[in-house]
Structures are given as structure tokens and as C-alpha cells.
Design a binder for this molecule. Sequence first.
Ligand code: F3S
Length: 404
Amino acid sequence: MILTDEQKAMLEGKYGEGAAYAMKIQVGIGECFDAPRMVPIKRAHVALSNQAGDLWFAEKMVKAGAKCRVAPTVNPGFCLSYFCGSWPHPVEKADYEHMQRTDNAYRTLGAVLSYNCTPYIATNVPNFGEVCAFSESSATPYVNAVWGARSNRESANSALCAAITGCVPEYGLLLDENRKGDIVVHVEADMKSAYEYHLLGMMGDLIGEGIPVFTGLPKVITPEALRNFGAQLNTSGAYGMYHIDGFTPEAPDLETALGGNKPKHEVVITDKDLKDFEEKFSDETRDGKIDFAMFGCPHFTLEEAMHIAKAIEGKKLAVPMYILVSSHAKQMAERMGIDKILTDAGADLIPDTCPDQPIWHYLIGKVGVTESPKCAYYPRRRGINFVLRDLDDCIEAALTGEVK
Ligand code: F3S
């Protein structure tokens, strides 16, 4: 790889051990992909997981004196003030201390402590064509496909390295020729709400490996639907990029999205495919009874919190409802009185938190309802079960304690 004088100096340790280590990793990645050079970035998102490997790497970089040149936003762990150990949110001392160490490490590295997995909606939004380093399942396809920015599907660690060095190796989705679609997906399903985009995103097995171009989707698609779509595409498969014919910026028409090439295959997705998935994916309940509802994987927007507040205002939920949001949405909801409406009904609006964290252990063996397959997918490994329904059916289930 050809490096600038400054990049060479960084690699040689002139900017400290941490920066040298980050640059060494990035040069190694670049060489694997035959990248000719490093290109500068002004934006990054680190999908910290608050799990052991993530913390090990972050603390290693802290110990080596690394500091971020580009302050990255970060993914959720869990909210220390909500999961403070008192009932009904017991937390193990070790888990609490682990999150404190994660918080301290990323603070020392100079990250933006946003603890939110949807930065592309409000807090970290790239321009068209901008090169950046985004990790996180819904974030990479959103910045590439929806904003037309350019990011490879970074890992949490490689995105942190990019934030430290301020550059990324130039390969993959940074290059025009690798951004063209090679699969055509004809969507014949009725895409009525953001929920159907969750289900469509889970069709990775049918779509196959490549860059899909979706046809037949509505001409107006909400940010929430696009957020769901990217999150699930990277739960059922690995898609850093996709196109929507006539909607996403690099797909004014099908031919342009395909770069004038013939697709390697075409797929049709119908209502039946989505319905079959919903049925197969849902866990069994005891006579339709559910124990809790969980939303916000990826984090819900303020608008979604308002939608729930409107539906449950003045009522009492039969089971607890956990709504995961950014700290920004939480603060707005508090200012607007939305938070109080939710709390009075028995719902908790929780910032900074992900369902894939050990703090939910008090839900092990219980059955929840959610509108997000990803929300069901990860906690299932921890013994927490879910039934999948659209958001309004989930709200109804939380009010009655039963799912239809
Ligand atoms: Fe976000 Fe965690 Fe779900 S990072 S997408 S809330 S698994």
C-alpha cells in the first residue's frame, strides 16, 4: 500500500503506540483486499457490544495511549442508572462493573458516548458520497444505500481503528464498481408498515449472497422502515449495500442500479413468504399468554414512542413493556410528557440499552412479544423467548397479556 508521510509516521509509532497499533491493523486489512492506499474519514460509528472481546480491545487501545482523531458514535450497552440493581431490574455486580469499564474505556478514547445503534437517523449522518467507517448491522446498509455514503461493513474493532487513525483502506464498497446490484428481488408483498420491512429483511436465505436491488416497493418509505430493513438484512445475511429501484440515490432505475449488467439471479417475495416467516419464527406461548413486550431493536424513534403513548394513554398494561431508545429520544419524551404517559401505563422508555445484554436475565424462561426479529434472535440464545407480531398487535398484546 502507498501511505502518506503522516500515515507512515503513524505506523512507525511517531504518534504513539496506540495509533501505530490501529494503523498496523488497518494496513493489514487493506493488504488483504489489495487496497492501493488509505483515504481520510471524518465520521465513524463503533458497534461496541460491551462484551468481553470488545472491552479487551478497547482497554488495550487505552493502555497503548490511543485517542480518536475522529470521535465515533457508539452502540448501546446498558443504561447504568436504569439497571442499577434494585428490583425489578436486578443486575449482577460483575455485569454492572463491566459496563462501567466499557464506559470508562470509550470515554478515555474520546468517543461520543451516544450508546445508540441508529446514529444515521439523527446524530451521525453522512453526506452523499462521503467516505466513513460504520460498523453495526443496520448502520452500514443505511449509510451506503439510503444516504449514498461509502463505508465498508466494518467490525467494531476496525471502526475504532479508523476513528483513531482518521482513515480507512480504500477497497470494497468505497469503489464504484463494487456498489452495483447483482440480484433482483421483486417484492410482491404488501409493504403496509415498518413491520413488513423487518420481515422482508429476514429473507436473506431466499435472496442469497450479493447486492440486491429491490423492485416493487412503495415510492415513500419511512426512516423507521429503512432502519428495520437494514437491521434484518444483516441478521438473516450480510448486506453492506442494497438498492431500491427508483428510491435509493444510486438506483434511479433498475439498469443503473445493476450497472448495465445482467443479474446473477432474480427472486420473488410474496405476502406468503413474510407470513410463513412470522409463524415459523415465533416461539410457543402458554395458551397465548405473554409475560412482557419489548421494542427498540434497533432503537425506536421519538415518533414510535409517541405512537405507543397515544395507544396506551390512560390505560394500564397487563405486562411490562420495555421500549429501547436513544438518550436524545428519551430526553425529548421527558420534556414532552410522553415519558410520563408511558410510565403511568406501565411502560419503561429506556435509553442506551440493547436486548443482547446480560442484564435481562430476569426474563429468562419468559415469553415476550416484539415486532423485531432481531430482538427475538439474540436474546433467544440467552433463553428468552419471543412471539413476533406487528407493532399495533404487540401493543394490544401488552394491554391484554395475550397474543392473538
Ligand atoms: Fe441495536 Fe442491540 Fe438491536 S445494537 S439493533 S438494540 S441487538
